[in-house]
Write a protein that binds this ligand. Structure first.
Ligand code: FEO
Ligand code: CA
Ligand code: CA
Ligand code: CA
Length: 597
């Protein structure tokens, strides 16, 4: 299918070589550009908050008022009177680097029975370092971006912040716990990876790797619960990540039949959602919108038609999982802001089928339609949403190579998705090679794009094509299954994806820069692509050990922010001794011009 029609962007910078120095500990951008650390883990949220201690000696109460860790998706919300010089920057904090968050890394004690136990203070600090930051920023008289430290907008949302559950699954029996018998109140958000935003000015923090934060120690009970087994919740003696269950019982989803609602067995059902946050109302309570389904969700990228119809696109980032969209029942109304507040509570969740001939279909996850009935384990819409993966299985959706970010091209509304990699493709019987996922043992990933029929975000059919396969050039020394189709600079594992206002496609990578398969690609990177010609140029290389993720900018295209997540050496101090800190990086051009041209 022809994929043209957006604005034709210009790419004019001189690309950087791959950064293969094993000790590289900085951010590098092309000549004529500048990249400076702007907001790092531990930075005080406002003028009253405690300063970051280089020995990681800040306690959890300090951490609640400092930047969280592992910066990921983010979005810039301009103020209308000065959109290119004043706004709110909202940033996800996906997870924690426990080696650096605590003075001597994570402490694991033992109880009398020899079982591991985490100190409550450390667990609270980890919860406090997850979530979201809202910071007010403005250009000063010299044209330099500054944080407004006295702003009442500055806010931390964390794993300890009270939230509301709304939509069809709120209040369902499967959402009730001993500590919340209403099924409508939940403490915290975490695993906030990528993001979305809405035309009515709210931020959508998405919950990704939550199955690793809970454990059900009862193997038989676990197998009876598709909302746990199908999502690979931790099973066994401990949770996969941080052992929070040893300090706070709500992370232990093992049923306790002596308690109402069997204790906390339903607590994991209250994660995996889209969390809507109003950054312009610092007193607002975040809302988990259950109509959008429960997934290991990467993002929630909006597409808006001229008549107010919308879609939000997202991937479920696990090997062989699906791509979805949510279409609100009602239209967005620019003239009536109050009417938009509950748009995300009513609508249809769809899952994608990619046929080998380039056609695609959206199949609705709607209770009572097709196989989604009580006999198949879906007695109501709440059950469909809580086990969206299981419902999508019954609809014959296409298993993809780990869908990460989605970006919508300005003007044409073409949709692009990163499929980051999948070493089980063609190896696992359930994941045969197909046209959309064409390489076995896919180490380097691909970018796929589609166009909805009539460019209507609510359409139920689309045409799709591959944009590129990442990896080494065909004919190179690498094994043939690692060959890609990139026209330009080489990279692997595309993850973050974003269109700037002029229609340039920015690609961010997340691969293991220590592995032999990635050696020649250097450290993780930000690249810029022309969606029409397919040309790709390397714009930024990051410090050793980090992932490059999160990207947003001003409407005039002259300011860009990206995130350096989990740098490995000492960035941003880059002195070889200070502990490394995840950091939002500010990128501008020396001549003040548009970035990328
Ligand atoms: Fe948190 Fe799928 O990246
Ligand atoms: Ca990601
Ligand atoms: Ca990734
Ligand atoms: Ca990450």
């Amino acid at each position: 299918c022809a994929m043209t029609g957006g604005a034709r962007p210009r790419i004019g910078f001189t690309p950087l070589p791959a950064q293969t120095n094993p000790d590289f500990d900085a951010v590098q951008v092309p000549a004529g550009y500048r990249a400076v650390p702007f907001y790092s883990w531990g930075d005080p949220i406002d003028a009253e908050a405690p300063r970051w201690r280089a020995d990681a000696g800040n306690d959890w109460r300090d951490q609640l008022r400092q930047a969280g860790d592992n910066h990921d998706g983010m979005h810039y919300f301009p103020f209308p009177d000065n959109p290119n010089g004043h706004g709110l920057l909202v940033i996800n904090h996906e997870k924690v680097a426990t080696d650096f968050l605590h003075p001597r890394g994570a402490t694991v004690l033992q109880d009398e029975q020899g079982r591991p136990r985490r100190p409550g203070e450390e667990v609270n600090k980890e919860l406090a370092a997850h979530g979201v930051s809202v910071i007010e920023i403005a250009k000063d008289r010299a044209g330099q971006w500054r944080r407004i430290m006295t702003s009442s907008y500055n806010r931390r949302i964390s794993g300890l912040t009270p939230m509301i559950l709304s939509g069809p699954a709120a209040g369902a029996e499967a959402m009730c716990t001993a500590s919340d018998p209403t099924g409508r109140r939940v403490i915290g958000t975490f695993a906030n990876c990528a993001l979305g935003y809405t035309p009515w000015g709210t931020y959508l923090a998405c919950e990704e790797n939550w199955p690793n934060y809970f454990v059900n120690r009862d193997a038989e009970d676990y197998q009876r619960r598709p909302q746990q087994a199908r999502y690979r919740l931790s099973q066994g003696e401990r949770s996969n990540y941080y052992l929070w269950e040893t300090a706070q019982s709500r992370f232990d989803a093992t049923p306790d039949r002596s308690l109402p609602h069997q204790g906390e067995v339903n607590e994991p059902n209250r994660f995996g959602w889209v969390v809507e946050i109003d950054p312009f109302d610092p007193n607002s309570t975040p809302v988990k919108r259950t109509a959008m389904g429960r997934l290991v969700r990467e993002c929630a990228t909006p597409s808006l038609a001229d008549d107010g119809r919308m879609a939000f696109y997202f991937g479920d980032d696990t090997r062989g999982e699906y791509i979805y969209k949510f279409v609100p029942r009602d239209r967005y109304r620019a003239d009536d802001p109050g009417a938009n507040r509950e748009l995300l509570d009513h609508g249809t969740l769809y899952v994608a089928v990619f046929h080998d001939d380039g056609r695609g279909e959206w199949r609705p996850l709607r209770h009572g339609q097709g196989p989604l009935n009580a006999a198949n384990g879906f007695p109501d819409q709440a059950a469909v949403l809580i086990n969206a993966r299981g419902a999508a299985d019954l609809l014959g959706a296409t298993r993809m190579d780990r869908p990460e970010w989605v970006a919508v091209r300005p003007g044409s509304r073409e949709v692009y998705v990163t499929l980051t990699n999948n070493d089980e493709r063609g190896v696992d019987d359930g994941q045969p090679v197909n046209a959309a996922n064409p390489r076995p043992r896919n180490l380097h990933g691909q970018i796929l794009r589609w166009r909805e029929r009539d460019n209507d975000p609510a359409a139920t059919v689309f045409d799709w094509a591959l944009f590129l396969l990442a990896g080494y050039p065909a004919g190179s020394d690498a094994p043939a299954h690692q060959w890609g189709t990139i026209q330009g600079d080489v990279f692997s594992s595309p993850d973050g994806l974003w269109f700037d206002p002029a229609g340039r496609l920015w690609i961010e990578t997340d691969y293991d820069d220590e592995s032999p398969d990635h050696q020649a690609m250097g450290t993780n990177q930000l690249l810029c692509a022309d969606p029409d010609s397919g040309e790709v140029r390397r714009f930024l290389v990051g410090p050793r050990g980090c992932e490059i993720t999160g990207i947003t900018g001003t409407p005039d295209g002259r300011t860009l922010w990206i995130n350096v997540q989990h740098p490995g050496i000492s960035y941003p101090a880059s002195d070889g001794r200070t502990r490394p800190r995840s950091t939002t990086v500010l990128i501008t051009r020396d001549d003040g011009g548009e970035i990328g041209t």
